[in-house]
Design a protein around this ligand. Sequence first.
Ligand code: PMP
Length: 435
Amino acid sequence: MSHVFHRNPKMDLPTAVGGQGMELIDSNGKRYIDASGGAAVSSLGHGHPRVIKAIQDQVAQLAYAHTSFFTTQVSEDLADLLAAAAPGDLNHVYFVSGGSEAVEAALKLARQYFVEIGQPQRRHMIARRQSYHGNTLGALAIGGNAWRREPFLPLLVQAHHVSPCFAYRERLDGETDSAYAQRLADELEAKILELGPDTVAAFVAETVVGATAGAVPPVADYFKRIRAVCDKYGVLLILDEVMSGMGRTGYLFACEEDGVVPDLVTIAKGLGGGYQPIGATLCTDRIYDAIVGGSGFFQHGHTYIGHATACAAALAVQQTIVDDGLLDNVRARGEQLRGELRAALGDHPNVGDIRGRGLFVGVELVADRATKATLDPARKTHAKFKARAKDNGLLLYPMGGTVDGVRGDHVLLAPPFIASPADIGRIVDRFAQTL
Ligand code: PMP
């Protein structure tokens, strides 16, 4: 009997014993193509020599020093790299150990910012339905799946939800991208007015929606219009790029493609590429200055903030992405992946949509391609599909599922950025075989 308490204790899992490049190997010697990079984590694949060396060197020199007493060169270097790459004046980097922690830090930075500037009544958070922001209680409160929140009600954060930007499903007949984006911006404005503009702290959204919807990008002008509404009412914009950031979409920060600068942005997963647990929250000068010039103390903290070994791994991962020109590869291989999936499956009666940005690709499974009728949710087709894919040596994103408990059954692919054209071909072959 296993004593490790997994998320799904009844599941009988194979034992992973090794990882090389695009592949994972289990104790029976079976090899799997890691087409989801774990959970959109392994941006450089497995066993990357440069990252291994960076971790070994850092551990040998200094594994960890508490940030109440010291900074470290490696955390400063990583923060410099991130601040230089981030759009606008997202110049200040708060390190944490993962995605949920990054979201908690963003929510608390937003709240504390308003306390510092004398508006403590701004405490409401507005987020979107069908979003995922993490499993800690604050992140859960803003997350957009009611069924995930249900067992833990009442939640600690006052969160409210508006519609996500799912043009492929929720656009009205004949509605242009621009009209659709405006309709959603109007909905946000109405929600702010309903709550009272001087009580709203922030609007939170995933730049490209990941786990709950399967790599759904926004329409072109969506975030610009959302930004305008936030600015009109002094509401902060928090973009959650825990999954879509750090190169996954072909840009280090996914929002670069949308032409917006949020007030806060969260990153994790691809930051450490799976080699170490690490995340971060970046904020603009305005937020940082209000805290430093105000109470001078961010009322938050975790033991492993700025962990030197985690920072060393992340620095090596991010430098490799730049030095090896991997963002170009993400864009090219992403085009190839969507193109080959469409060629192989686009006519399949059970494929409703193939979408995404970069190496962040979702495939919607439907009962009928023409009407986009949804599959019976009780059949849990996505789960069966993932299990069958795993039998076929293909690892897809572990969660996936329906968008709202009923519609939008999908699976998600997020292969490592090192994928070659031949690797993408193999992924498409195994996907088609599974379907
Ligand atoms: N935000 C988003 C957008 C995510 O996709 C996730 C993880 N799937 C999280 C937050 C939470 O990250 P973690 O699991 O590292 O806590």
